[in-house]
Design a protein around this ligand. Structure first.
Ligand code: MN
Length: 248
């Protein structure tokens, strides 16, 4: 039986994590290690300034006072003798579409698994109702993984429309779209009259063309984007070299 490590960024008590666990428990041996609170937006951060505690919860999961990447690092890298062969993160409460991926703790947990040499999938529900649909998607992907061959240092980012299973139109392989700039910070006053700022909502879609993750989900398809961790802008290397040559 496959050994799966599950994690998330919404915290160990999030309904999406429970839904992922319940959908996969018939098919695999599961270990669940997740942050003790909502760490959405943590990206790939690791806790380096203090030790971490790993605490069993009443439902057999493990809670960590750290980030999603901390959880996968601990869960897959020597705390237990058995190493998982697959890491699945989620099911996130909300989509991780376009440049959300850069901020996402859900994607980061999967990426940490990938960095440790495992196959990794990030699962997100673009909404907050139909976690069972995303669970079924996760189960069908896990069932077919033997046949998947991904290049090294890559992972799958999966976004599921918030629809009943019967209304899902199918699966579509996509590329990341992107959003325009975020809205301006929202100014507020704390109870002592001091100015504080909230990070504002995301900007409008700037690229949601037909082959993007945004478009697939909007049209009722499960979006599957293969991601790589190499952020190098290869097409710009010559321009930067020319620029340097002219400087020196
Ligand atoms: Mn989240």
């Amino acid at each position: 039986m496959r050994r799966l490590l599950l994690s998330n960024d919404d915290g160990v008590h999030a309904p999406g994590l429970k839904a992922l666990h319940d959908a996969l428990v018939p098919y695999a041996r599961l270990r669940v290690v997740a942050p003790d609170r909502d760490r959405s937006g943590a990206s790939n951060s690791l806790t380096l300034s203090r030790p971490l505690s790993l605490t069993p919860t009443h439902d057999g999961f493990y809670s960590v006072d750290g980030t999603p990447a901390d959880c996968v690092y601990l869960g897959a890298n020597g705390v237990w003798d058995e190493t998982p062969d697959l890491v699945i993160s989620g099911i996130n409460h909300g989509g991780n579409l376009g440049d959300d991926v850069l901020y996402s703790g859900t994607v980061a947990a999967a990426m940490e698994g990938r960095n440790l040499g495992m196959t990794a999938i990030a699962m997100s529900l673009v909404g907050e109702h139909h976690f069972a649909t995303a669970g079924r998607v996760a189960a069908s992907l896990v069932g077919g993984l033997e046949q998947l061959s991904l290049p090294p240092r890559s992972l799958l980012n999966v976004n599921v429309p918030d629809l009943p299973w019967e209304e899902i139109k199918g699966f579509r392989v996509t590329r990341m779209g992107y959003r325009g700039p975020a809205e301006r910070p929202i100014e507020a006053r704390d109870p002592r009259g001091r100015v504080r700022y909230w990070i504002a909502p995301v900007g409008d879609n700037a690229d949601d063309a037909d082959d993007t993750d945004f478009a697939a989900v909007a049209q009722g398809y499960v979006s599957i984007t293969p991601l790589q961790t190499d952020l190098t802008r290869h097409a710009a290397r010559n321009d930067v070299q020319d620029w340097l040559d002219a400087l020196t």
